[in-house]
Design a protein around this ligand. Structure first.
Ligand SMILES: Nc1nc2c(c(=O)[nH]1)N[C@H]1C(S)=C(S)[C@@H](COP(=O)(O)OP(=O)(O)OC[C@H]3O[C@@H](n4cnc5c(=O)[nH]c(N)nc54)[C@H](O)[C@@H]3O)O[C@H]1N2
Ligand SMILES: Nc1nc2c(c(=O)[nH]1)N[C@H]1C(S)=C(S)[C@@H](COP(=O)(O)OP(=O)(O)OC[C@H]3O[C@@H](n4cnc5c(=O)[nH]c(N)nc54)[C@H](O)[C@@H]3O)O[C@H]1N2
Ligand code: SF4
Ligand SMILES: [Mo]
Length: 736
């Protein structure tokens, strides 16, 4: 090889932490990846997925040019032909059966991809279907809904100011493994350690003694799905013991008395039964939170993909506010991003939000932000009716493994007239497509985290140019989306101006759109002429290899709160009616059948939802798709460590080896999500060798958050039994 070795600094785009990496590259090969010691945010930290970017870049299974499914298998097809065909088939479905006949599903990596996050909104606007779905409804939607109803904008989700906090309670989050979510912060372990070093306290409330729980000062088990009881009890204590201090929210709050009234009925004594947490512990936790000078209660997916996810996120926000921690340094704060998708107008920004403008046709689940919950996609396809779904476009998503009741969705996909997937893997979902349009890989395009700087624990901005140029046979996500949009407009005979606009945006490319967004944003001319002259521009970002630090989070009230629809003054609603209405359901929650256990998921350091198991270094080692079960339950059910067990729910059955111990609380079992790579017809040579099973073969699409319709993965009722009688001689207590 005569190729010169080059060194590149790059933000890792795989998760929300945005770690700084240094990649050594020779020719087309990434020779090494290490954490960038000089990166002020990550200071050399990286997780095992960072280095896997090398494997992803080199993966022979990663598709580079389009594929068409035929009776005799997949055949290569040129880009022009593939885009023409895809647009024609989508157009055909819409012209025959109406706009809503095309559904879309957008997955998680689309939010980490600068091209798709900037170009998808316009594409969706052109498609104008009410059948839009995304990974949001198996993730943070309840958190966005709470932000929308309480603060007036779906993206005004307050972020834990972890670097200045002196007391942090983590509820349903495991950032030591997930690396933080809606809290972009590399190396959370160090950051939590710093809270402790400042004399502060870290408390974890989780049905599993998670990796984060192990470094906390205190860990409390909670029964899955019962968090709303705990949170209501905490609100009760705050009012009852006169601990309420509104702090920066003083004068902005509505419905304070209503919340006080509601919480009156939920003293800690009532929470003890459902949660398993003693009343005295709830009182103590609440007093400690209220007494700390800077504190934050942080709730994430464990209380979002949850039967009361929306209520939980409402109450998390409320408790932070009632303890004076909203908008306080070290508390729960809003960001001031350079590219401000909160403050900018569409199409560069994202609108304030909407809720319940229409409902899914079978179950009547509500629209949020123009989307319906994915828990209803399978039945919406299968119901036919009016309007039917005849075609589907997926972008960066693998709903067969990530949505509840994956098998029902797979069956429904088989009924479509047409499906097209923008994705570089032939996987469990895209194998159902008629056409796969593969975009460039993460190192092959420029990168700016449009979404995650908005969710970062420090205001910052960073752009990284592509490391590799794409080949003539490749396209970027934004080119594919704009290419399809342009064709759809042409097929519809749309005015030339509209078509020209799409072509112009395509030619401009994401970098130029970024430039516009940065220039008009609050750190640019949006903040005044002087600010604009000094603020981040693409030239400044290109000249700053570690990005631009815009300082710690700063107070944002009342200035960040938007004027509400109808000209209603900016305010914070402490008891939005849509959320209050769900409390009645709490009291009606039926008890479990006596033999049932509650299933929860878990994330693992060397996974990225469903799609990085094809990287040999990430999947190597002992099988990780195991069912954690408490040893008391195991011995009651006659299950030995390592034994294969059957996990059965209302919708299906999977078999996995049991891992017996005391990590999960009694009555709870845990399977990781993202596995299930045994399905035929994929092109995932490595992942297929360690397939595991998909937790979403047993999660229930009918079990959803009562307000938003988001899948309730926390605490799915299951029964567990050994597949065959234990063969080991010792029938006593299995090893823990
Ligand atoms: N039971 C259970 N289910 C869960 C969860 C859970 O905890 N428990 N977690 C949920 C959560 S939080 C999420 S976010 C969802 C994720 O759900 P999805 O987003 O549906 O699934 P992913 O596994 O992230 O799949 C991402 C897909 O994007 C492709 N891809 C990667 N990068 C790019 C790119 O740059 N461009 C394009 N076009 N494609 C790309 C990959 O090949 C893969 O097919 O899963 C949810 N499902
Ligand atoms: N390594 C790795 N990192 C990832 C991902 C990955 O797949 N792998 N996925 C990324 C994505 S898309 C996201 S959204 C983030 C999510 O990041 P986190 O929100 O930190 O998600 P988890 O690590 O799943 O932690 C959720 C915790 O909730 C607990 N839990 C489950 N049910 C309940 C309940 O009813 N109540 C309470 N209180 N707790 C409960 C679980 O035991 C678990 O410890 O992670 C991101 N980072
Ligand atoms: S924590 Fe890991 S996956 Fe996330 S940005 Fe850092 S290196 Fe990448
Ligand atoms: Mo997620």
């Amino acid at each position: 090889m005569t190729d010169q070795r080059r060194s590149h600094r790059r933000t890792c785009s795989l998760c929300e932490a945005m770690c700084g990496l240094v990649l050594e590259v020779e020719g087309e090969r990434v020779v090494s990846v290490r954490g960038d010691e000089d990166d002020p945010r990550s200071r050399g930290y990286l997780c095992p997925k960072g280095p896997a970017l090398a494997g992803l870049h080199a993966d022979p299974d990663r598709l580079r040019s389009p594929l068409r499914r035929t009776a005799s298998g997949w055949e290569p097809v040129g880009w022009e032909e593939a885009l023409d065909e895809a647009a024609e088939r989508l157009h055909e479905a819409q012209s025959r059966h109406g706009r809503d006949a095309v559904a879309t599903y957008v997955g998680n990596p689309a939010v980490h991809n600068t091209g798709s996050i900037l170009y998808y909104p316009s594409f969706a606007h052109t498609l104008r279907t009410r059948h839009r779905y995304s990974a949001t409804s198996v993730d943070q939607l309840p958190q966005m809904l709470a932000a929308f109803l309480m603060f007036g904008h779906q993206l005004l989700m307050p972020i834990p100011d972890i670097d200045r906090s002196e007391h942090m309670i983590l509820l349903g989050a495991n950032p030591l493994v997930s690396n933080g979510s809606i809290m972009s912060a590399p190396d959370v372990k160090r950051r939590l350690g710093e809270i402790q070093a400042r004399g502060g306290r870290v408390v974890v409330i989780d049905p599993r003694r998670s990796e984060t729980a192990r470094v906390a000062d205190e860990h409390l088990f909670i029964r899955p799905g019962a968090d709303a009881w705990l949170l209501l009890a905490m609100v009760h204590v705050l009012f009852d013991e006169d601990l309420v201090r509104l702090g920066a929210a003083e004068g902005l709050v509505r419905n304070l008395d209503r919340l006080r009234e509601l919480a009156r009925a939920f003293p800690p004594e009532r929470a003890a039964g459902p949660t398993g947490i003693a009343a005295e512990d709830v009182r103590r936790l609440t007093r400690q939170l209220a007494a700390a000078p800077r504190a934050v209660l942080y709730g994430r997916v464990g209380v979002s993909m949850h039967p009361f996810g929306s209520v939980c996120h409402w109450l998390v926000n409320a408790i932070n506010l009632l303890t004076g921690n909203l908008d306080r340094p070290g508390g729960h704060m809003f960001t001031h991003p350079a590219f401000d998708i909160v403050g900018l107008r569409e199409p560069l920004g994202i609108g304030a939000g909407s809720f319940g403008r229409w409902r899914s046709k079978v179950r009547g689940l509500p629209e949020f932000g123009g989307e319906l919950p994915v828990a209803t996609l399978a039945e919406d396809i299968r119901a036919g009716g009016d309007p039917p779904i005849r075609a589907l476009l997926t972008l960066a998503g693998n709903p067969v493994l990530s949505a509840p009741n994956g098998p029902a969705l797979e069956a429904a996909l088989g009924e479509l007239d047409f499906m097209v997937s923008i994705d570089f893997y032939l996987n469990e979902t895209t194998r159902h497509a008629h056409l796969i349009l593969p975009p460039s890989g993460p190192l092959e395009h420029g990168h700016y985290d449009v979404a995650f700087h908005v969710l970062s624990v420090r205001n910052s901005a960073r752009y990284c140019p592509p490391i590799f140029e794409i080949g003539a046979e490749q396209r970027h996500d934004h080119q594919i989306l704009a290419g399809l949009e342009r064709r759809l407009l042409r097929l519809r005979g749309a005015p030339r101006r509209g078509q020209a606009l799409v072509r112009l945006r395509e030619r401009l490319g994401p970098e130029r759109l970024l430039e516009i967004g940065l220039r008009v944003g609050p750190q640019g001319f949006g903040g005044g002429v002087r600010q604009g002259l000094r603020g981040p521009s693409m030239a400044r970002l290109r000249a700053a290899p570690h990005g631009i630090d815009l300082g710690p989070l700063r107070p944002a009230l009342p200035e960040r709160l938007p004027t509400r629809r109808g000209g209603v003054a900016p305010h914070i609603d402490l008891a939005p009616e849509a959320l209050v209405a769900d409390l009645g359901r709490l009291e009606q929650e039926g008890a479990l059948e006596p033999e049932a256990l509650r299933l929860i998921g878990r994330r693992q350091l060397r996974s990225n939802n469903s799609w990085m198991h094809n990287i040999p270094k990430l999947i190597a080692g002992k099988a990780r798709c195991t069912l954690l079960i408490h040893r008391d339950d195991a011995s009651r059910l006659g299950i030995a460590d390592g034994q294969e067990v059957e996990i059965r729910s209302r919708v299906g059955t999977v078999v996995a080896p049991a891992e017996v111990g005391t990590e999960v609380m009694p009555g709870v079992v845990s399977l990781p999500h993202g596995f299930g790579h045994h399905r035929p017809g994929t092109r995932l040579g490595v992942a297929a060798g360690s397939p595991g099973v998909s937790i979403n073969d047993v999660t229930d699409d009918q079990r959803v958050d009562g307000v938003s319709g988001v899948a309730a993965f926390s605490g799915v009722p299951v029964t567990v039994r050994p597949v065959a009688p234990a063969t080991t001689a010792d029938d006593g207590a299995p090893p823990s």
